[in-house]
Each structure stands twice: as structure tokens, then as C-alpha cells.
Design a protein around this ligand. Sequence first.
Ligand SMILES: NC(=O)c1ccc[n+]([C@@H]2O[C@H](COP(=O)([O-])OP(=O)(O)OC[C@H]3O[C@@H](n4cnc5c(N)ncnc54)[C@H](OP(=O)(O)O)[C@@H]3O)[C@@H](O)[C@H]2O)c1
Length: 335
Amino acid sequence: MKAVLHQGSGLSGLRVDEIEAPALGVDEVRVRLEAAALNHRDLWTCKGRNAGEAAVVLGSDGAGTIVEIGEAVRDLAVGAEVVVNPSLGWLQGAEAPPDGFEILGYPRHGTLAESVAVPRANVEAKPAHLAWDEAAALPLSGLTAWRALFSLGRVAAGQTVVVPGAGGGTALQAALFAKQAGARVAVTSSNAEKRDKLRVLGFELALDSAADWADQVRHFSAGAGADVVIESVGAVTWASSLACLARGGRIVVYGSTSGDVVETDLVPLFLNWRAILGTTMGNREEFRAMLAFVNEHRLRPVVDRVFTLAEGVAALEYLAAGSQLGKVVLRVAAA
Ligand SMILES: NC(=O)c1ccc[n+]([C@@H]2O[C@H](COP(=O)([O-])OP(=O)(O)OC[C@H]3O[C@@H](n4cnc5c(N)ncnc54)[C@H](OP(=O)(O)O)[C@@H]3O)[C@@H](O)[C@H]2O)c1
């Protein structure tokens, strides 16, 4: 099958090439992908791999049609239209996944390919209102955003939520979910053009990520501060994210793209009953709850740009350049 492969180190290790489709386990299904989506994780994977490692198919997100089922799979048929849940080995358990948890797309071969083999537990019915490109854009971002907002952030209608770096695929999904849930949502972006587009999407307060914006959030929330901040930018926004919190407010962190090491003054943290919570991905129940929310409200992820599978390397370079607003998708069927 044709796939976006990585071997070597850095983005120079990327190529689109043929690779043998992985064998199917007894409790697995093979999905012929219609579309797949990119995540910043694919870039971290390229950066982090050793030159001696075997070629891997990148990609955590995809949607397509079941074309083969393992012999122990009884409740799914060939032809079913599905989205792939990239959270492998985390069926239940609210606090953290069990040992053996991993994310699809390294070390296991991922979705930037004509097909992917995954455990049966990792496919769910595709939301019928979504086009293939939109369905492929949803899983990793939707799941991460869902757990961060609702399982950990306990976001409710009327609360103030801040999402820094909202040009990013996951952050924008979080901002959209929070808005749908009835929160008042402020966003930040490093790019003025993106801030304008975010205002058009309905986020009236769109701030410059690098500025000192805590007071503006306080003003936006009638002096109280943010109930929840969903952090993924890291070093660049950390000080404002902490400073803008209300008493009893929560920062939920799932990434640190601009830098991992930050300074935190502990005094305002404990004197204001604030919490810092870390999260990665989510369990199967959260994935299903996220899909139910998307179906109920007929939500659509924002797809910034669609490439073909053959253009996979250019698509990853585009993501690395950071000019996207929302998700970057590969149309596989058109390759
Ligand atoms: N733990 C998890 O389960 C999980 C899940 C998803 C993502 N993540 C992590 O979360 C981060 C975002 O992932 P993604 O796939 O959504 O990425 P993405 O689409 O590439 O978005 C990253 C965004 O972060 C902002 N950003 C990056 N560098 C910045 C800088 N130096 N200064 C200010 N803003 C900066 C930019 O937003 P603007 O363009 O708006 O400025 C950029 O668009 C990554 O680090 C990823 O590894 C973790």
C-alpha cells in the first residue's frame, strides 16, 4: 500500500512510498482510509526517532470503510463506515490509562496510508453528517479536547474558558466544543490574520498569544477571571494562563509546543484554590461521548486545507510552518 513513511531523523526522513500492509490480528479490523489527518504529534515523532529505527507509517487520525475483519470480531461487518480512535489500549479508567497504552501512528503503523489495521475496540461509527475529510479531522483533537474540557476541566454553561493557540487543530476543536457547551470562550493566537478569522468564527475576544493578556480575560469575565484554561502552547502563554484564572479555576495542560519549562509562582496558586491538571488523549467512553456530542449538535471540525496522500510530505511541511487554522487533512481515496 502507499503510505507516508518516516525513517531517519527530522522531516528529511519523510517519504511517500509503498509498504506492506500490516497483518491483521484476530480482534482487529482493516480500514480502507478515505481520509486521514495530521497532528503535531507526527512532527514530534519525526524529530524524536533514531536514525536506525525501521520505517513507520505516521498518522493517528483517519476515517474510512471496513474491508477486512479478524476472526474473533463478531459485531462489525465489511462495509461499515467508521472513524478510528487513536487511543490504543485505554478502554476504561478515568485517571490514567493502563500499562500498554499507546497512540496510533508510532510505534504502531498509523493512518497516513491507504489502509490501517486497528483493534476492533478502536473504531466507531462515522458521524453521518460529516464528510470524510471532516470525520478524519476529528478523532485525536476531539478526544483530547473533550477530556480536557469536560472530564478534567468540568466546563459548564456560563463559565469562562480560555484557549491559547486556537489556530492549532486541537485547541480550535476545544474552543468550538466549549462554545457549544454554552461557555464564554476567549482565544489567543500568535497570528493577527488568524485572530481575525477566529472573531469571524464567533470568538469575540481573540488575543495575541505573546502579549500579557490576563487583565483582558479578567475584564471579559466581569472581574472574576477564567474558570478553565486549556493549555497547549506552553512557555509563551503560561504566565498569562495562570494569572487570568479565577479563584478555584483550573488549567488543563495537554501540550507545550512553544517550550516545556515554565516558571510558576506557587503563592497565587494555593491562595486562590487553583489547580493544574495534565492530560493526554482519553478513554473509549470519552471518545464515544465526544462523538455523541458531535452527532447531537451536528458539529463540524474546521478543516484548513486538504492535500492528497501523494502530497503527504508537503502537508507535514505545511503543518510545521504553522500557518494553518484548524486541521490539515490528506484525502487518501484521491491519491
Ligand atoms: N497530550 C495529548 O494527548 C495531545 C493531543 C493533541 C495535541 N497535543 C500537543 O498539543 C500541541 C498542539 O497540537 P496540535 O496537533 O493541535 O498542533 P498544531 O495544529 O500544529 O497547532 C499548534 C499551535 O500552537 C501554537 N503555537 C505553536 N508554537 C507557538 C509559539 N512559539 N508561540 C505561540 N503559539 C505557538 C500555534 O497557534 P496559533 O497559530 O494560533 O498561534 C499553532 O498553530 C502539540 O504540542 C501536541 O503535541 C497533545
